[in-house]
Write a protein that binds this ligand. Sequence first.
Ligand code: PHE
Length: 461
Amino acid sequence: MQERENFQSRLGFILAAAGSAIGLGNLYQFPFKAGQGGGASFLILYLIFTVVICFPILLSEIAIGRKTQSNPAKAYSNLGFPKWNIVGLMGVICGALIFSFYILVAGWVLKFLVESIQGNLVYGKESFFTLIADPYETMLYASIFMLITAFFVSRGIKEGIEKIAKYVLPGIFIILIILIIYALTLPNAFEGIKFYLIPDFSLLLDMNTIQAALSQSFFSLSLGMGALITYGSYVSKKENILRASIWITLSDVTVAVLAGFLIFPLVFSQGIDPKSGGGLLFITMSEIFSSMGGLSAVILSTMFFLLLSLAALTTTISFLEVSVAYSIEKYDLNRKKAAYIVAAIILIIAIPSAMSHMKSGIFNSGFITYFNTEISVSFMDFIEDIASDFYLPLGGMLIVFFTSRVWKLVNFKEELTIKNKFDEKIVTLALFSLRYLILPVLLLLIILTVLNHFFGINLIN
Ligand code: PHE
C-alpha cells in the first residue's frame, strides 16, 4: 500500500478543486446554454440551483472524502456502509465516460490554440466541421492533451496537481479580465450585456431552461461523480473545509458569470445570434476574430484559446485523478503507471465518440433514437445525455441521501468547522437543504427530464 499524499495547504486545495470546477463547462458551455435559455433567466435559475442545491452537495462530497481519506469506491465502506460503494464505483465509471468526450473537446481547443498562434484566424470558420468529422485528427489532439494531463497527474498531488493549479488559476482570471475589458469597448457590447442581465420571465418556468440550468450547475461544480470526494480525500484533518467549499463555489460561479460578460458583448458586437449554440461557439469566435483582423485579433484569439486550454487542463487533471486514485488503491499500482495506463484506456473509450461526427458510420447522429421521439443522437451525445445530464444529478441525489439518511447529518456536521455567525448561517441553510429540499427537487427534476428527454413526454409545458 502506498502512502497517501495530502495537499500542502488549504489554498492549494481550493485552487486544485476550483481548477476542477472551472473548465469548459464555465467558459464554453455556460454562455451558450445561457444564450439558449434567454440570458438572464438562465442565470437566475443557475444561481439559485448553485446556492440551494449544489453547494450543499459539494460540501457533502468534500466532507465524505476528507473523513474517509479514500477514493469514492471505498469511501462508503470506510464509514461502515460497504453496500454504498457501488454508488462510488458508478461515479468513477461515469466520470471516465464523461472524461472520454471531454478530452476530445479539449483536443479541439488545443488545435484552435495552435492555429491561432500561427495567425490562422479563419481556421474555425472554414475547418471546424472538417476537424470534428476527422477522427484521426481529433484523436491526435486529444492524445496530446491527454499526455499533458497524465504528466501532471503522474507527479502526484503536491508536485503535480497542486502546483499546476497554483499557476494556472490566477492566469485564467487575468486573461479573462483582459479579454472582458477589451470586449466591453466594442460597438454594441452594451446590447450583449442587456441580453445577459435582463430576464425574460417567461423562460423561468420553461422545463428545458430549468433542466439546463440544473445540469449546468452540477457539471460546472464537478458534482455527482466523486471528483470532489477524491480531492477531499487529500485534505488534511486540520483544514477548514467549509470555508474552502465556499471559495471553490464562489470562484466557479464567478468565472461562469464573467464568461457571459465576455461572450455576449463579442457576439452582439458582430451581430451574431446568441442562441447559436454548441460547437458553434468555436465558429462564432473564429468569425469574430477573423472579422476583426490584424495583429490584435491574433493576440486576442490566442489568448482566448489559451484561456480555454488552461481551464480545460486543470479539469482533465481532476477527471484523470478520480480514475487514477481508484486504480492505485484498488490494484496497488504505482501512481506513474496508473496515470499513463488509465489515460490510454480513456483514449480507447473515446474512439467511438471521436467517430461521432463522421459523415457515415454507426456512431454518428443516427446512433440511437430515443423511445417515442424523433430525437436521434450520436454516440458522443448519447454518452453526454446519459453520463452527464442524467447521471450527475442522480449521483448527487444518492450522495445527499447517503449524507442525510445513512451517514446522518450530525456526523456530517462534525466534519465542518464553524467559526462565526456567517458560517453558522451557511451550515444551517445547507443542512436544511440536505434534509428537506434537495431530495424531492432532484427526484422530480430527474423524472421530468427523463420523461421529456428520452420519452418525449412533457408534463409541464
Ligand atoms: N466542472 C468541469 C467543467 O466545468 C467539468 C467536470 C464535471 C469535471 C464533472 C469533473 C466532474 O468543465
